[in-house]
Write a protein of this length. Structure first.
Length: 118
């Protein structure tokens, strides 16, 4: 890391002291600060990010599974909606072309659906 890479406020108004004793103190402080930065850098370099990767992989598999389930449910919903539309049209036709009441036609239609399921 060069001075050009450092943020401008990393050394706010840092000027070397003219007094040798204070200059040594500044040097010691700077050395301590750099050791701290080095320790932080080492910590983050050694940190195990594999846990995060495994969590991401798990979430990705979960999302894919949910997408597949959603596609299956969407297909099933469309299929049942088509069957319901057919049943409604058949009931309307029965009511229009029969001298029986709506309730009687609906009962026969229900029985027909039960027979189809079985």
């Amino acid at each position: 890391m060069t001075d050009n890479d450092m943020p401008k406020d990393f050394f706010p108004n840092a000027k070397p002291s003219d007094d040798y004793t204070l200059l040594r103190k500044q040097f010691g402080s700077l050395k301590t600060m750099l050791n701290c930065v080095h320790q932080q850098l080492s910590f983050y370099q050694k940190k195990d990010y594999s846990l995060n990767e495994s969590r991401l992989n798990s979430l990705e598999k979960s999302i894919e599974s949910e997408r597949e389930m959603n596609a299956t449910l969407t297909d099933e919903n469309q299929n049942l909606t088509r069957k319901l539309e057919i049943a409604e049209k058949a009931l309307d036709w029965m009511v229009e072309n029969s001298h029986e009441s709506y309730e009687t036609c609906a009962s026969k239609a229900r029985q027909a659906l039960v027979d189809i399921r079985d």
